[in-house]
Design a protein around this ligand. Sequence first.
Ligand code: FAD
Length: 281
Amino acid sequence: MPTALSTAPLSFEFFPPNTPAGSDKLLGVVGELARLRPDFFSVTYGAGGSTREKTLATVRAIASAGHEAAPHLSCVGATRESISETLQTYRMQGIDRLVALRGDLPSGTAVSGDFRFASDLVAFIRESQGADWHIEVAAYPEYHPQQRYARQDIEHFAAKMKAGANSAITQFFFNPDAYFHFLEEAGKLGVNAPIVPGIMPIHNFSRIAQFAQRDGIEIPRWVALKMEGFLDDAASVREFGLEVVTRLCERLLNGGAPGLHFYTLNQSGLTLEVCRRLGRS
Ligand code: FAD
């Protein structure tokens, strides 16, 4: 009998490759992950629009291979004209889903442009383009690292949803209680749209620990100590990482999460294995 684990909607995130060889490899990864029938593949946008052309090329390649592709689009430093132009280009490729973000400027770059927050971008798209874009936004179950007060962060999130977002994808996390609490708090502010957990398979523990440190994400002490104890025993790191992430996904889906969004880091192996262990192949 199908269960929440075996039927959950899936999506997979990539970053735009830097080389032609990387692009060819990514299409192979897309083909492998497509077997799981995801709702869409998303492609990130470099800080301050630094990968604009590569994001477009990657999205175009995924769409040409017959899959639904969703570009990420950040607004910090952008003008209304540049955003309209980018949206027009995507529309001409038949793209109608995007992940709308504020983004962060590369360090040392002065802030300018027509938008301050992702909610401004969402409102602009709805006002200027109408209802037919499916707009995803970012959510932070452990709160956004630049926000001092949890209450304000969740209120800003609710305002972003009310500006016209259809659904949200979260930052990665390892503590399911943080996610369920975030859902509850968002619900109290009238947010009933899907908030899909972002899942980070553990490819390289020290790199993930660095991301977590930078972005204010808690890695449970028992996970960190055990991982550190494996030293360079890659097989044990892989197996324990799979166990932790699969168990997290099980708890999330059994608790009512509306799907899973995987940060694949352009690799299929661990994501496929987690999905297989969830009964999805
Ligand atoms: P916002 O929702 O605008 O929030 C940013 C901060 O501003 C928060 O602290 C919020 O509390 C505060 N804020 C919001 N509204 C107000 C207001 N009215 N008054 C005062 N403060 C306010 N980055 C990229 O560069 N490229 C990507 O492709 C990318 N993809 C991502 C995908 C996902 C799923 C996630 C979770 C993040 C992604 N990021 C990406 C990172 C993101 O750009 C950064 O976390 C950025 O710092 C915040 O973007 P946001 O859209 O969440 O911003």
